[in-house]
Write a protein that binds this ligand. Structure first.
Ligand SMILES: [Zn+2]
Length: 247
């Protein structure tokens, strides 16, 4: 059920039902759970077809507590909890994990060049042909924008002839984003992998259990949560920054 003022998403320019990466899909994001919300269906689709896939995770998400939630972890233990959850999500999706090991909420203060060096190294080692990160300036969280910028820089170090595709996730309000950027360039039809995406999301219990509990109560006030979850389980949508600059 859409909220009254919310329009339907613009149709994406290209819709894919099958893997686009053939060598190696590499997802580079800031926190454990970013991969589950934004890319789990695309990762699962590629693994089902036997394409290698890696999540390069920049931080441990060790500051990811809101108003005392989750109650079972403090900031000292949360790093361990989130690392374990991340491993469980990676196991559910059958993907490789690379942890860059930065502290949560510090990424914007790291030397951008050296983060980009490290990412370029990981991409080169794996002969990545599709890379997914955040859209610089549209990540909402400073860590998201910082990893998006570093990944953009890393991909643009490759010359045009052997540059991997770069697909970008926007976290900013969808209608506002579509008004500014137009329709997304790429939509992955991931409906067939929704059970694996759900398993990955549930693995990040410290971040997602409260959301699933609210959805299970079926309160009409939370209808937008369910709607957003279901939309994300049908399709994952990206803007193509392989040859374009963020705007
Ligand atoms: Zn995040």
């Amino acid at each position: 059920m859409s909220t009254p003022n919310e329009s339907q998403p613009l149709p994406a320019k290209q819709v894919f039902d099958a893997p686009v990466a053939h060598e190696h899909l590499v997802v580079v994001l800031a926190h454990p759970d970013d991969e589950a919300f934004g890319t789990a269906g695309t990762l699962a689709m590629h693994r089902a077809a036997g394409v290698p896939a890696t999540f390069v995770c920049a931080t441990y998400g060790d500051m990811g507590r809101n108003h005392g939630q989750p109650f079972f972890a403090n900031r000292e233990t949360l790093r361990d909890v989130r690392e374990r959850e991340l491993q469980n999500a990676a196991d559910a999706l059958d993907i490789e994990l690379v942890l860059l090991g930065h502290r949560d909420k510090t990424l914007e203060f790291e030397d951008a060049g050296s983060v980009a060096d490290r990412i370029a190294h990981e991409l080169m080692q794996r002969k990545a042909d599709v890379v997914i990160s955040f859209y610089p300036g549209r990540g909402v969280h400073p860590d998201h924008d910082a990893i998006g910028e570093a990944t953009y820089a890393a991909v643009h170090r490759f010359d045009e002839n052997n540059r991997p595709k770069l697909w970008a996730i926007t976290v900013t309000d969808r209608e506002e984003t579509e008004a500014a950027l137009g329709a997304p360039d790429v939509e992955m039809n991931v409906a067939a992998y929704r059970h694996l995406k759900r398993a990955a999301l549930e693995a990040h219990a410290s971040q997602t259990k409260a959301m699933f509990d609210r959805i299970a109560r079926d309160d009409p006030a939370d209808a937008h949560l369910k709607e957003r979850l279901e939309r994300g389980e049908r399709a994952e949508r990206f803007y193509d920054l392989t040859f374009a600059a963020p705007r």
